[in-house]
Design a protein around this ligand. Structure first.
Ligand code: GDP
Ligand code: MN
Length: 409
């Protein structure tokens, strides 16, 4: 197959058979969730959901992290609910801190005045910094090779009848996402500049993922559309295009949903195992398109972050003060940081995982009759006249119907 990335298993499979297949190997993987004691109800709601749609078959363990000790009640309720082992960790001062100067308070106050989302909330800054540079180094997390990040009150719509860790491992994928969205520009005025400085000072040869975040995209939702289209493109045609021309086309046509753009992208992806040195003198032309993988959902290898290039990147960002002088989110930091080392072919788009966090959701819609999957807010979804309903197939027992929230039961 020439596909760069595709759905691991379309529809539902027989999980019992899958599990006893001798080639199947359970991975050294865990769920992780940072949470507060007072979020217990929402934590349980997430756990009930992930257990019923996935973990009742696979029994992967959970790591819960908190800046304060978990209460006995929290631990008991969690353990009562899940079908696997849970461990509970506390963050230390270094992992959960910002400088405690007067300057900090003034800066954060100012961000509130400027209406920056969560800008005046010190613990939100700490959370973003923790997820940017610390979670993968926590001793409870270090015991694993893979993680799946969860948050309180998220919803998975579909049964996941295969093991995403195993499938990613088998196909050489390192980082999986469900949603790409643009960051609020006001939260990261200097993040990209700092990133460029880091690249320049350390002469990093970035991965091809970098392209995804620096192409001039106006509508981020089309990134997933494009990724989806790439699955089905015939390889012979692509090889007829010269590299440079392909990139030119790509930059020129931007988001035009035409054949040329697709050919350009596919060409780029087909070469995606080459690390690209950035042309330093062209730095002033580079723009971050604000796209990022929405990091409240991640299925990834620990070492995509636990490596020298990423760790030094985080240290560099941390020293620059942007986690408190601005309100850098862990999502853009992850995405830009990953693009220093990863190629597009290392990324897996979980088109088939229906997922909701707060008001934004991804609903896998008609992914196997040729139509595209995309993420959408409810509003955008309705505007496009799509049905909020997706049937993954028929399976007895737990059932495999994947319903989106406003579809009829
Ligand atoms: P949002 O998704 O960007 O709106 O941010 P959330 O409020 O959902 O926070 C992201 C994650 O960090 C969630 O898992 C929260 O439970 C967790 N979190 C946020 N702030 C704190 C905090 O102060 N303490 C702890 N222990 N967890 C936090
Ligand atoms: Mn959240």
């Amino acid at each position: 197959s020439t596909a760069t990335d595709s759905i691991f298993h379309v529809g539902c499979i027989d999980t019992q058979e899958y599990l006893i297949d001798p080639v199947y190997q359970k991975q050294n993987a865990t769920f992780i969730m940072l949470a507060r004691n007072n979020e217990l109800t929402d934590v349980l709601s997430t756990l009930e959901n992930i257990e019923s749609h996935f973990n009742q078959w696979f029994h992967y363990p959970y790591v819960f992290l908190n800046d304060e000790p978990f209460t006995e009640e929290f631990k008991r309720e969690v353990q009562n609910l899940v079908s696997s082992e849970s461990s509970f960790g506390i963050l230390n001062e270094e992992q959960w801190t910002l400088t405690d100067s007067v300057e900090l308070n003034e800066n954060i106050q100012l961000q509130g005045d400027r209406d920056i989302l969560y800008g005046d909330n010190p613990s939100y800054h700490k959370m973003c910094r923790f997820y940017s540079g610390w979670f993968y180094r926590h001793e409870l997390v270090q015991q694993y090779e893979w993680y799946w990040r969860l948050e309180p009150a998220v919803e998975f719509y579909c049964d996941l009848t295969y093991d995403p860790f195993y499938e990613m491992s088998k196909s050489g994928k390192k980082y999986g996402f469900t949603v790409i969205i643009p960051e609020l520009a006001d939260t990261i005025p200097t993040l990209f500049r700092s990133t460029l400085s880091y690249i320049k000072e350390n002469q990093i040869n970035v991965g091809s993922l970098w392209k995804l975040f620096t192409l001039d995209y106006h509508l981020v939702s089309n990134l997933t559309t494009i990724l989806d289209k790439l699955i089905n493109y015939p390889h012979e045609i692509i090889n007829q295009i010269e590299d440079d021309i392909a990139i030119e086309y790509l930059l020129d046509t931007g988001l035009n949903d035409n054949e040329t753009t697709m050919l350009g992208l596919q060409k780029l992806l087909s070469r995606s195992n080459t690390k690209v040195p950035l042309e330093i003198n062209k730095f002033s032309d580079l723009r971050y398109n604000l796209c990022h993988f929405w990091s409240n959902f991640e299925i990834a290898k620990i070492d995509v972050f636990d490596n020298e290039i990423y760790q030094n990147y985080f240290n560099y960002l941390d020293a620059s003060g942007g986690f408190w002088q601005e309100r850098w989110g862990d999502a853009p930091v992850h995405s830009l940081g990953l693009s220093l080392t990863l190629n597009i072919s290392d990324i897996h788009y979980f088109r088939d995982i229906g997922y909701k966090h707060s008001t934004l959701q991804h609903c896998p819609n008609n992914v196997y009759n040729g139509e595209l999957s995309y993420f959408a807010t409810d509003e955008r979804w309705q505007r496009q006249g799509k049905q909020n309903h997706y049937d993954k197939g028929i399976k007895t027992g737990s059932g495999c119907r994947c319903k989106c929230p406003d579809s009829a039961e």
